[in-house]
Design a binder for this molecule. Structure first.
Ligand SMILES: Nc1nc2c(ncn2[C@@H]2O[C@H](COP(=O)(O)OP(=O)(O)OP(=O)(O)O)[C@@H](O)[C@H]2O)c(=O)[nH]1
Length: 257
């Protein structure tokens, strides 16, 4: 009987102990699971923080690079603009140069032919300019070219009018959608303004005159930009021959016939 009770007590103890161990292990496992979940959550947060930081760094680097790129682009644009101006502008007078004239006259010629609108040219030449150079020197001569150029520019009213320094002391104006009457009036105005202008100079104030040739293209057959220029050149020659300080007109058909 005693042995039965001893056995029963031992069995109860064993069962109790096993159950206790089981509970303890379960709790331990739970604690470990909680701890590792916590550790993984911390690690995840750290990773997110790291990602945020590198994203910010990346964005700021991209911003920096974009800014640098924009500055480089602006500089490039400025250089391009400068190059373009150098290619198309005459350094002394600030008017367009001969190269530009050649391109522009072709474009305006085509436009005039397409739209059936008149296209006029005025060729202006400073009279007896050699004397100015000989009497006052080349630098004063240059100054006179600049003065006449700025006078011509100030008299142009339409944004489509183009003033070029064709060469030396010769200027050519391209006047789109301008008939002979309009071009003649402008040329007379230029002659008068130059005649009235006194160019200040240390030794002696300088008075200049200019001669002008005018021609108007009205889509005459077989005419090219070169023929139009030949014609305006002839008109200028006529003005020089007739005594200078005046305007002469040469219709295109007369040159062709
Ligand atoms: N100072 C200066 N002189 C120039 C320039 N280009 C051309 N010339 C001079 O302009 C003068 C033009 O002389 P010509 O073609 O004989 O004509 P002109 O003396 O004006 O006589 P007309 O045109 O017949 O009235 C020459 O002496 C050229 O050396 C320039 O850029 N600067």
């Amino acid at each position: 009987m005693l042995s039965f009770w001893v056995m029963a007590i031992m069995m109860t103890y064993l069962i109790g102990h096993t159950y206790y161990c089981h509970l303890r292990d379960e709790k331990l496992a739970q604690q470990q699971a909680t701890a590792s979940a916590l550790a993984s959550s911390v690690a995840q947060q750290e990773l997110l923080a790291l990602q945020d930081e590198s994203q910010e760094q990346l964005e700021s680097r991209v911003q920096e690079r974009t800014l640098e790129l924009n500055i480089a682009l602006q500089e490039l644009e400025a250089v391009n603009q400068e190059l373009k101006e150098k290619n198309t502008l005459d350094e002394l007078s600030g008017l367009y140069n001969r190269r530009y004239y050649d391109q522009k006259i072709l474009a305006e010629f085509r436009r005039s032919r397409r739209n059936l609108t008149p296209l006029s040219l005025i060729l202006i030449d400073i009279d007896h300019f050699k004397k100015v150079n000989d009497s006052f020197g080349h630098l004063v001569g240059d100054k006179c070219i600049v003065e006449v150029a700025s006078m011509i520019k100030s008299l142009l009213r339409r944004s489509s009018d183009v003033s070029c320094r064709y060469g030396g002391e010769e200027f050519c104006l391209i006047l789109p959608e301008t008939d002979e009457k309009g071009a003649l009036a402008l040329a007379e105005e230029i002659c008068q303004s130059v005649r009235q202008q006194v160019i200040p100079n240390n030794e002696k104030a300088i008075k200049l005159t200019v001669s002008c040739g005018v021609t108007t293209y009205l889509q005459e057959k077989d005419v090219t930009p070169e023929i139009i220029f030949e014609c305006v050149d002839k008109a200028l020659y006529k003005a020089k021959q007739a005594g200078r300080d005046q305007v002469q007109v040469m219709p295109i058909k007369i040159v062709n016939s």
